[in-house]
Design a protein around this ligand. Structure first.
Ligand code: A2P
Length: 301
């Protein structure tokens, strides 16, 4: 019989001392639609306690609606949202945060992230982070962090601010394992969070050389051995690496299945074999190239 070697992989401790679930639901993709509220409600009723949204997903109101509909207590849910690029700046960020809380209809978020670094105007990125530090001090953002930051962006930010980011959320999947960045995170006490944990960014990429991790034989063979799906193997690999994973799905059966990963564990050899796949590299935008107007998204106040 296969033994579960560590059953306590539901959450990790952030540098704030708070616990953050290792597995959550991502909700990018369905703007202002009933589907978002349904997905959040389904996820919370399937056991998820982490929901990851962003002002730029234009669905914060729907996420709030799903949260209330689920009947799960607000205090039992770890809720993340993110500051959009066009709202960078100290005062702008504070206003944008208020707008996010209003749309979500909550009093606080558990994690507030700067969505991207803006390397060509990094002073604005820093001012936005200082605003996040104020929100943290006020307790309206229970933890603060960043998204899509590389090592040099983190170094520059940390040299100009007081609070070490609790989390850096980046593209990370078996096709792009971010080894160097993860080492840097481990050294500085930053938790690693994976967007596109199932390789959704690879499937959306037009590059014919890239390989969908869900179809990778190393992963599908492992799935066969455990009677699990490839997605479940990849998600288990993330949490065994202590990477927070937020798979997106709007399909109720996949939402539930993606959470059913707490009854088995991978061997060190299996984890190492997946760590070594690394065939596709980055498929999403390159953070170094991002500017305030890179994405055609308008977020209202
Ligand atoms: P769907 O909403 O139809 O489930 P990622 O989070 O890595 O970007 O991947 C998200 C994409 O993968 C979505 O298109 C989602 O589609 C799909 N997906 C989510 N869970 C699974 C799964 N268990 N098996 C196959 N595809 C999945």
């Amino acid at each position: 019989m296969l033994e579960v070697k560590d059953n306590d992989l539901r959450s990790i401790t952030l540098n704030t001392g708070a616990r953050m679930p290792l597995l959550g639901l991502g909700v990018l993709g369905r703007e202002n639609r009933e589907e978002t509220a349904d997905a959040v409600e389904t996820a919370l009723n399937s056991g998820y306690r982490l929901i990851d949204t962003a002002a730029s997903y234009l669905n914060e109101a729907d996420v709030g609606e799903g949260l209330r509909r689920s009947g799960v207590d607000r205090s039992d849910v770890f809720l993340t949202t993110k500051l959009w690029l066009t709202k960078y700046g100290y005062d702008e960020a504070l206003r944008a945060f208020d707008a996010s809380l209003r749309r979500l209809r909550v009093e606080y978020v558990d994690l507030y992230l700067l969505h991207w670094p803006v390397p060509s105007a990094f002073d604005l990125t820093i001012q936005s982070y200082r605003a996040a530090e104020k929100l943290f001090a006020e307790g309206r953002a229970r933890a603060i962090g960043v998204s899509n930051f590389g090592i040099s962006h983190l170094e520059d930010l940390m040299a100009a601010s007081e609070i070490v980011p609790a989390v850096n959320q980046v593209e990370l999947h078996p096709g792009f394992t971010q080894r160097q960045l993860r080492k840097f995170h481990a050294k500085t006490g930053i938790a690693t969070e994976a967007w596109s944990p199932l390789g959704g960014s690879v499937r959306r990429s037009s590059d014919a050389q890239t390989q969908d991790p869900l179809l990778n034989p190393v992963i599908s063979d492992t799935a066969g051995r455990y009677g699990k799906t490839s997605a479940q193997i990849i998600l288990r690999w993330h949490i065994e690496n202590r990477t927070i994973a937020i798979p997106k799905s709007f399909n109720p059966s996949r939402i539930a299945k993606n959470f059913d990963i707490f009854d088995f564990s991978l061997t060190n050899e299996e984890i190492a074999a997946i760590d070594l796949i690394d065939p596709s590299g980055r498929c999403g935008p390159d953070p170094q190239q991002v500017r305030a107007d890179t994405f055609p998204i308008t977020v209202e106040d």
